[in-house]
Design a protein around this ligand. Structure first.
Ligand SMILES: Cc1cc2nc3c(=O)[nH]c(=O)nc-3n(C[C@H](O)[C@H](O)[C@H](O)COP(=O)(O)OP(=O)(O)OC[C@H]3O[C@@H](n4cnc5c(N)ncnc54)[C@H](O)[C@@H]3O)c2cc1C
Length: 314
């Protein structure tokens, strides 16, 4: 423990002096939807883009960084994350310019959908059902009900590991299903989206329907990470998971949702280890019954506490 504390102390001392805020041993379980996982060695909330750019230019290249949105697609392992975890909660500007809206990466998808609704701008309704931030939506090419980020993006603004800013078109982003090709150490700081003018009443109705449908079909009020696995080409992940007999399957405090079996749930006292082993168990059973290799859509990050997930999958 003494050694860990020394290392942390050293890391803080090695970081540039910024205007934003550093927190040591920040509890990430409080900042993620699953409510599991160990701490961030250092959590950094940049004050603004200039502060972030200064940090990236000054910090040693050896120090790893990870960008956190609101952790709605994230499984942080029980040993936590070494290095610096960034959180762009202060990047929350929203500017409407005609049929386009410019937003900071820390804005919630849902907030953007509601601003568009207020402005009678359509095509952003789908964002009302996605509980992440714009930064996470760009990284994941988030989408639902037939629309994805790639369909509405005019440009994204990202900053690379050296503090250089890049303006990226939808084509530059290399979008595919729940994925973009931008290097992992680049941080999205904002984006511009296009909409179309529409009827406020119809937009409101579409948002209400979408939210009602979600509540009916998905465990949206549970401690979950959303869809666990990407849908394989031409298949639905939940169908092959169901066929493999995994609906309701439990390991420790982790359970495959009874309501939607591509969702894993922390029933109360799950560890990240329980959730990851459960996911690996589902993958193995699906491979045995359908021959399909499911790909994790949930991002898993951090170090485990000496466990070998695959070896212990039930
Ligand atoms: C109940 C529920 C329902 C969901 N429904 C949907 C759905 O319908 N469609 C869908 O697509 N997703 C859905 N999700 C998953 C999730 O909301 C999305 O993937 C979302 O885009 C993640 O955003 P986040 O801010 O929470 O990112 P996080 O979970 O915090 O991070 C996810 C990834 O994005 C990266 N990231 C986050 N911010 C930035 C940034 N600023 N710059 C660079 N990288 C960044 C992280 O490093 C990580 O790799 C659902 C999740 C839940 C819990």
């Amino acid at each position: 423990m003494g050694k860990i504390m020394d290392n942390m102390h050293n890391l803080l001392q090695k970081l540039p002096s910024v205007r934003g805020r550093y927190t040591e041993r920040a509890e990430l379980s409080k900042l993620t939807w699953f409510r599991v996982g160990g701490p961030a060695e250092i959590l950094y909330k940049p004050e603004d883009l200039e502060d972030l750019s200064f940090f990236l230019k000054q910090k040693s290249k050896e120090i790893p960084i990870f960008t956190l949105g609101v952790g709605s697609n994230l499984l942080v392992r029980d040993g936590g994350i070494q290095g610096v975890v960034m959180r762009l909660s202060g990047f929350n500007n929203i500017v409407v310019q005609g049929n386009e809206i410019e937003v900071g990466a820390g804005v919630l998808d849902r907030t953007l959908a509601l601003v568009a609704q207020d402005e009678s701008l359509q095509n952003l309704e789908f964002l009302a059902g996605i509980p992440g931030t714009i930064g996470g939506a760009l990284r994941m090419n988030a989408g639902c009900y037939g629309t994805e980020i790639k369909d509405i993006l005019v440009s994204a603004l990202a900053i690379d590991g050296q503090g250089k800013i890049h303006k990226l078109t939808a084509e530059d982003m290399g979008f595919s299903y729940r994925h973009c090709e931008i290097p992992h150490d680049w941080i999205f700081v904002g984006a511009r989206f296009k909409a179309k003018s529409g009827s406020s009443k119809e937009i409101t109705a579409r948002i209400e329907n979408l939210l009602a449908e979600r509540e009916e079909a998905q465990p949206v009020k549970s401690r979950t990470g959303g869809s666990t696995f990407a849908n394989p080409e031409g298949l639905k992940a939940w169908e092959i998971i169901d066929k493999a007999g995994c609906r309701g399957l439990k390991i420790g405090g982790a359970q495959v949702s009874e309501k939607h079996c591509n969702f894993l749930i922390n029933t109360g006292d799950a560890t990240a280890e329980d959730l990851e082993i459960l996911g690996e168990t589902v993958r193995r059973r699906v491979k045995e019954t359908s021959g399909v290799d499911l790909r994790w859509e949930i991002v898993r990050i951090g170090s485990s506490k000496n466990y070998a997930v695959e070896a212990r999958a039930a």
